[in-house]
Design a protein around this ligand. Structure first.
Ligand SMILES: C[S@@+](CC[C@H](N)C(=O)[O-])C[C@H]1O[C@@H](n2cnc3c(N)ncnc32)[C@H](O)[C@@H]1O
Ligand SMILES: Nc1nc2[nH]cc(C(=O)O)c2c(=O)[nH]1
Ligand code: SF4
Ligand SMILES: [Mg+2]
Length: 237
């Protein structure tokens, strides 16, 4: 039986970011990432600090029901990079659809999986310079074309920390102008305790100001991480 490395299952909560912000959903967070973003808010998925549990798709479903009962019809798969997992993930998606559940995915666009075309709400989040990661533009272009050709409901989401990141987002927008682009306010210290909302709202105000003044960004969406505004850097929300 194939198994998925699961770091956490939580919800119901709301999707805090991007194209389906506000949508009630559960989360399944997988372990392991091929990136090492400087400001990653989910480092525990790849820094060796926590051990994943190897769960079958049926066991993941059981955990979703244990946490959410009948109070959900949407599950978001995040990580880590869930695209590192092939067959067991395809099985989980089929199982969720069999239960009438819509499925979202959060991934950075570095690895393709054929099961992407089964996803109902797919977010590709290329990483700007502040992350310290490099973008494979040609590889990303192949991915965007495949998703478009298959009619997948997807978008691009770039976290923005500074003006250099905004330049990167302009390039993303120029390269794929037909794909909805979400700019997400970067959270520079995801380990900070307490109420970080005032600080993040100030950064949101800065980002909105930049976008409204820029004719190259007429079609973008600007958003905060809503869950971070509501609950700070708490885990499992
Ligand atoms: C933790 S990642 C997991 C999925 C996948 N690895 C990815 O990066 O898209 C989920 C989303 O959180 C965003 N994110 C991670 N750390 C962040 C931070 N400190 N501030 C804002 N967004 C962050 C990522 O850019 C990504 O869009
Ligand atoms: N509420 C909530 N929304 C989210 N959107 C993307 C998240 C993620 O970590 O992938 C996330 C998360 O961890 N919580
Ligand atoms: S790609 Fe996503 S999970 Fe991986 S390090 Fe970057 S933000 Fe974290
Ligand atoms: Mg998160």
């Amino acid at each position: 039986m194939s198994r998925i490395p699961v770091l956490e299952v939580f919800g119901p909560t709301i999707q805090g970011e991007g194209m389906v912000i506000g949508r009630k959903t559960m989360f399944v967070r997988t372990a392991g990432c091929d990136y090492r973003c400087a400001w990653c808010d989910s480092k525990f998925t790849w820094d060796g600090s926590e051990r994943a549990r190897m769960l079958t798709p049926d066991e993941v479903w059981a955990e979703l029901v244990a946490a959410g009962g009948r109070r959900f019809n949407h599950v978001t798969i995040s990580g880590g990079n869930p695209a590192l997992i092939r067959d067991p993930m395809a099985e989980l998606i089929a199982l969720l659809h069999g239960h009438g559940i819509r499925v979202g995915l959060e991934t950075q666009g570095s690895v393709w999986q054929d099961w992407f075309v089964e996803i109902d709400d797919l977010t590709i989040s290329p990483k700007p310079p502040s992350s310290g990661m490099d973008t494979d533009w040609a590889g990303l272009d192949v991915m965007v074309r495949r998703l478009s050709d298959h009619g997948v409901h997807f978008s691009l989401k770039v976290p923005i920390f500074d003006d250099t990141d905004l330049d990167y987002a302009r390039r993303v927008h120029r390269t794929w102008p037909e794909v909805p682009l979400y700019l997400s306010v970067g959270n520079p210290d995801p380990s900070a305790g307490g109420d970080v909302a005032a600080h993040l709202l100030a950064r949101l105000a800065w980002l909105v100001d930049r976008v409204v003044q820029d004719e190259a960004l007429n079609a973008v969406h600007v958003l905060p991480q809503l869950h971070t505004l509501l609950w700070g850097n708490r885990r499992g929300v």
